[in-house]
Design a protein around this ligand. Structure first.
Ligand code: RFL
Ligand code: PHB
Length: 391
């Protein structure tokens, strides 16, 4: 294991792994430190929707082969409310599609690509401390089992997610919103009941029907943020899914993964300090209703990789200095869309019936007005990646 590298990367999620891959494509060396095992990192069930631009980025960087073979191209989504289902055709409205491909598959593809190219990913290595960030010789202290080591580098990229250490080292303003809602996420061996995603607004709460393959469905139910999983025996889960999604035939299959996530919005401004750069969930979190989190993470590291490449080419700091500004344009765009989708589809905890009527009126407008559905389609297919502006 090297004790010095050019870019020290904390975290082997989509952000850290793609950054390491893009840097390698530009001839820049990096080491990735990941606290979890490879098995855990590759098995963590999370996002599933790639914007057009994010899929293009993976393709162009050389890791799109399996994605293009196994990913499911969707030309739109369905909105289910007031007993009716309406298809919003993104392809017709914007000329763009989305790709449904599990985040853990992207993680697997990136790990394979890095290791095959001789890249260094150190699993079960926990970053414990950061030093020298405002000088020009930053240092990451990390621990493997009982052994503490140091990794010297030119730059540190903290791609360490919502619970990492990078965020604490940046003196930033924190913009935050906590929602009363949680999502009960279910991965099940059952064929998807519909060809494309269903976002359902129901009096009992929001539900989402997504998928991973022709035999595996990914399903979500709105629950309280502090809900106890013990309140959701399997029979109740399937009954509630069938009701909210208006899919009485949805077949109960083996549940492969089950968990509750509280909804949360957060943005750190700035996303950088000295030689430390935050990317992905370490810098911003969006509620999953807009399907933007992973897309933002991938777009951040595209911006960061370009800025680092410019520095290594010419010692120019122009793009590095502009990193926060370049990212935050699209982060706030995606926050706005994610908050909009969350408010549009979730039941308020008090069961505010006036609010529910407003939601139905808005949903009806979205499905009847071509202008309104085009706005939804533009945001869904490209809010997180379209504003990169080439920087
Ligand atoms: P990750 O994936 O959390 O990776 C961070 C990595 O850092 C490691 N780590 C450390 N390693 C070493 N030392 C330390 N001190 C460390 N601290 C942490 C962690 O173990 C981990 O491996 O962050 P990254 O790369 O920024 O990626 C962000 C995405 O994971 C996230 O935004 C998405 O999953 C959000 N999300 C969705 N995004 C989409 O674009 N489309 C979707 O459809 C979508 N659906 C979702 C989602 C997130 C969900 N949950 C569970 C939060 C659905 C759900 C339910
Ligand atoms: C998923 O497939 O996991 C998924 C899809 C759309 C979302 C969130 C998650 O908005």
């Amino acid at each position: 294991m090297k004790e010095r590298t050019q870019v020290g990367i904390i975290g082997a999620g989509p952000a850290g792994l793609l950054l390491s891959h893009l840097l390698a494509n530009a001839g820049i060396e990096s080491v990735v430190l990941e606290v979890r095992s490879r098995h855990y990192a590759e098995g963590r069930v999370r996002a599933g929707v790639l914007e057009h631009g994010a899929a293009e980025l993976l393709r162009a960087s050389g890791v799109g082969e399996r994605m293009d073979r196994e990913g499911l191209v969707h030309r739109g989504i369905n909105l289910q409310f007031a007993g009716e289902r309406h298809h919003i055709d993104f392809m017709d409205l914007t000329g763009r599609t989305i790709l449904v491909y599990g985040q853990q598959e992207i993680v697997k593809d990136l790990i394979t690509a890095r290791l095959q190219a001789g890249g260094q990913i150190l699993f079960e290595a926990e970053a414990k401390g950061l030093g020298g960030i405002v000088g020009d010789r930053p240092l990451i202290t990390y621990r493997v089992e009982e052994d503490e080591s140091e990794l010297g580098c030119d730059f540190i990229a903290a791609c360490d997610g919502a619970h990492g250490i990078g965020r604490e080292a940046v003196p930033a303003t924190v913009y935050e919103r906590v929602y009363p809602h949680g999502w009960l996420g279910i991965l099940a061996r059952t064929p998807p009941a519909e060809r494309e995603l269903i976002y359902a607004c129901h009096e009992n709460g929001f539900a989402l029907h997504s998928m991973r393959s022709p035999d595996i469905s990914r399903l979500y139910l709105q629950v309280a943020a502090d809900e106890d999983l013990a309140n959701w025996p399997e029979a109740r889960i399937w009954e509630e899914l069938r009701l909210r999604l208006a899919e009485p035939e949805l077949r109960a299959g083996e549940i492969l993964d089950l968990g509750i996530t509280a909804l949360h919005s957060l943005v750190l401004e700035p996303m950088q300090h000295g030689r430390l750069y935050l990317a992905g969930d370490s810098a911003h979190i969006v509620p999953p209703t807009g399907a933007k989190g992973m897309n933002l993470a991938l777009a951040d590291v595209q911006t960061l990789a370009r800025a680092l490449a410019a520095w290594y080419r010419s010692k120019s700091t122009t793009l590095l200095d502009a990193y926060t500004r370049s990212c935050l344009n699209r982060v706030w765009r995606a926050q706005q869309f994610s908050a909009f989708m969350t408010g549009l589809l979730h039941r308020t905890p008090a069961g505010d019936l006036f609010e529910h009527r407003l939601q139905l009126a808005q949903l009806s407008y979205l499905t009847r007005s071509r202008a309104a559905s085009t706005s939804l389609a533009e945001n869904y297919t490209s809010a997180a990646t379209a504003m990169d502006g080439g920087t």
